[in-house]
Ligand binder design. Structure first.
Ligand code: ASP
Length: 340
């Protein structure tokens, strides 16, 4: 009799299990937006007390333009990779940010740019470091991924490679603005000296996106840190430190004091915590930025989107230029902590 009961009950239990499993999958599918895009324009935002209404307006408009550039592509069913490039290029061209035009300067007064790019589907990636004449470093990073056997190329070799594929080349002066020249001059005169000798003005740009196909991609582009030593390379072009994407978990782009982000392999750590500890994106990202890095005085933040379209944007600095857009119509642009 007991066995008979069991024989009757087990199939019922299995069915309940399946039903609840299916129900969850359906709910998850419903909750997942068709697409999601998140950007940052650096975690070194000007202190709120020093921000003018005009400048704040200009930053918000620039973030909106970048969001729109990426979102238009995703809305039309385009690839996360293309959306990431479009959003980043829009910020590279805007001198407000520390990437492309408007990049910070080395101690020799030159712009030396770093960028990286990663596709979450194939986990292929590309990067350039210390380039001085490639107009769009993020385009060069993608080119290294798509058209070479390598992951990272640096300096002159990267420039020759980019030129041979027809990327637009410019003089180094193209990147240098009066504002950056006078910032460097003031640092060199000792008026803005910082502990690290490099000014903590993080205006790096980055983007992470999820497209309608469920593919993730991420990219980061920067001039590095003001008054960095000529030849210094930060976290931005290092896959796993400044950028990471994996369709199984999330896509991440970082900004902050690069040396700490390299040592703590920050972007990969978010994906690893999600995969191995089964943490949510929010929990993993917050732990790394607000606990682990904060505890060692490592200033910065990150933006990330997971495979279900959840967004995280933690930062432990006074501000981080950031924004996101989802197919659901949810939209956000912010600079300071009190805005979410
Ligand atoms: N992470 C960049 C670097 O260290 C700086 C930034 O985020 O602005 O090169």
């Amino acid at each position: 009799m007991r066995y008979l009961c069991l024989l009757l009950v087990i199939p019922l239990m299995l069915q309940w299990g399946c039903e609840s499993g299916n129900a969850q999958t359906t709910a998850e599918k419903k909750a997942r937006p068709e697409y999601a895009l998140v950007i940052h324009g650096g975690a070194g935002a000007i202190k709120k007390s020093k921000m003018t209404p005009e400048l704040e307006k200009a930053y918000r408009a620039a973030l909106e333009t970048a969001l729109q550039a990426g979102e238009t592509i995703l809305k039309e069913g385009g690839a996360a990779q293309d959306a990431v490039i479009a959003a980043i290029q829009s910020m590279e061209e805007n001198p407000l940010f520390n990437s492309g035009k408007g990049a910070v300067l080395t101690n020799q007064g030159k712009a030396e740019l770093d960028a990286s790019f990663m596709d979450g589907k194939s986990r292929n990636s590309g990067a350039v470091a210390g380039v001085r004449t490639i107009k769009s470093p993020i385009a060069a990073a993608r080119l290294v991924m798509d058209s070479s056997k390598h992951v990272m190329m640096s300096g002159e070799g990267a420039e020759i490679f980019a030129k041979s594929y027809g990327l637009e080349m410019v003089e180094n002066d193209y990147f240098i603005t009066e504002k950056r020249k006078s910032q460097l001059a003031r640092i060199l005169e000792g008026q803005m000296a910082s502990q690290a000798g490099m000014k903590k003005k993080y205006g790096t740009v980055g983007c992470a996106a999820l497209d309608k196909e469920g593919n993730l991609a991420a990219g980061t582009s920067t001039g590095g840190m003001m008054n960095k030593r000529y030849g210094r390379v930060g976290d931005a072009p290092i896959i796993g430190a400044g950028t990471y994407a994996d369709n199984a978990s999330c896509a991440v782009s970082c900004t902050g004091h690069g040396e700490y982000f390299i040592r703590n392999v920050v972007a990969y750590d978010v994906a690893a915590r999600m995969s191995y500890l089964e943490e949510s994106l929010e929990k993993a990202a917050n732990y790394i930025i607000m606990d682990k890095l904060k505890a060692i005085n490592a200033s910065g933040g990150l933006i990330a989107v997971d495979k279900d379209g959840n967004i995280a944007m933690p930062f432990n600095s006074s501000g981080m230029y950031r924004g996101y857009a989802k197919s659901t119509g949810e939209r956000f642009i912010g600079i300071y902590h009190d805005e979410e």
